[in-house]
Design a protein around this ligand. Structure first.
Ligand code: 13P
Length: 332
């Protein structure tokens, strides 16, 4: 059975009209850490209530085309007893699923990581598809440290695994989000971020090509070209936007369905501004939109911590960020 036209349509819909993707796929341990930092209790039920609150934000589908879920949420039901993927479908929001099992130390380079989760992936994808998933996500993590890191081994092994994942997704009728994240942690300059992000995207697209991944049936989720968080002289938003667009133009084929950026620890306002400035540099070869986690959810989570159960308060924060990013992605 060929899923080709379905996947083309899903990939196009994910990035159409400046809509973006809500990354709500934090693993339970990660969400627990974020909850506890704000004094919120993390249980199976409180995580469900939080996510149901996000998804039921009025008019969310005006700005958000899809949301990425963690396995726990994917199998949960709303307070009305509807499965979360069915609930999202009723809102015209596509369901995505995080399928990697996390970044683990790379045996030959213990300071670096390789993302795992390929074993049994075909079967898991087939099950997720039967339960309503139309796209998936896999995140590779690349660390910059001086001139030594990343090693070539870390870049190549992660690029290879990303392409293995992407091809398996397309064989099972699921659109892959390919996410090579170059971390913002560290002291590095914008130039070093440009150099590393360029090398990573180059290797990722070589592997995707070799493994016959269809570019128009995938979405790329890259990090921005940005100075390290601890850098003394951080680049301006305009410099970040120009360097990022130059890097993507050099390395991302025009036939890729779209680019949906990650926020990577930037503030919510900064992430929106970068997206706006990049789109101002258009016309670009691909739709350029957002797939933020923290930059969409942080203000809502702060409101939720202040008045847990006050849906309107938290939802107005999410609506504010989602609509601002939608406007930024529609900048011409
Ligand atoms: P951030 O936008 O918070 O970086 O999260 C995006 C994501 O999906 C990380 O894998």
């Amino acid at each position: 059975m060929s899923y080709k036209s379905d996947m083309e349509a899903v990939a196009a819909k994910m990035v159409a009209g400046g809509k973006g993707i809500l990354a709500a796929d934090e693993s339970s341990p990660t969400l627990t850490k974020r909850f506890e930092a704000l004094g919120l209790q993390s249980t199976f039920e409180t995580r469900r209530d939080w996510r149901e609150m996000l998804f039921s934000t009025p008019d969310l589908s005006n700005w958000i085309s899809g949301t990425i879920l963690f396995d726990e949420t994917f199998r949960q039901q709303t307070s009305q007893g509807v499965s979360i993927p069915d609930y999202l479908k009723s809102l015209d929001i596509l369901t995505g699923i995080k399928v990697d099992t996390g970044a683990k130390p790379l045996p030959s380079r213990p300071n670096e990581t390789i993302t795992e989760g390929l074993d049994g992936l075909s079967q898991r994808l087939a099950e997720y598809r039967s339960l309503g998933a139309t796209f998936a996500k896999w995140r590779a993590v690349i660390k910059i440290e001086g001139e030594d890191l990343p090693s070539r081994t870390a870049v190549l092994t992660n690029a290879h695994a990303l392409a293995r994942y992407a091809k398996l997704c397309q064989s099972e009728g699921i659109v892959p989000i390919v996410e090579p994240e170059v971390l913002m942690d560290g002291l590095h300059s914008l130039e070093r971020s440009f150099e590393v992000t360029s090398a990573v995207l180059h290797e990722v697209f070589c592997e995707l090509w070799d493994q016959e991944v269809a570019y128009n049936q995938m979405v790329l989720k890259p990090s921005m070209v940005i100075s390290g968080k601890g850098a003394a002289d951080r680049a301006t938003p305009q410099e970040v936007a120009s360097a990022s667009v130059e890097c993507y133009k050099n390395h991302v084929p025009a036939s890729v369905a779209g680019i949906a950026l990650l926020s990577g620890g930037q503030s919510d306002v900064e992430a929106t501004e970068h997206l706006r400035l990049m789109n101002e540099l258009g016309p670009l070869p691909w739709p350029l939109t957002f797939s933020y986690g923290r930059a969409l959810q942080d203000p809502a989570m702060a409101a939720w911590a202040k008045e847990t159960g006050n849906l309107e308060l938290a939802q107005s924060q999410l609506a504010g960020r989602a609509s601002a990013n939608f406007a930024a992605a529609n900048t011409r």
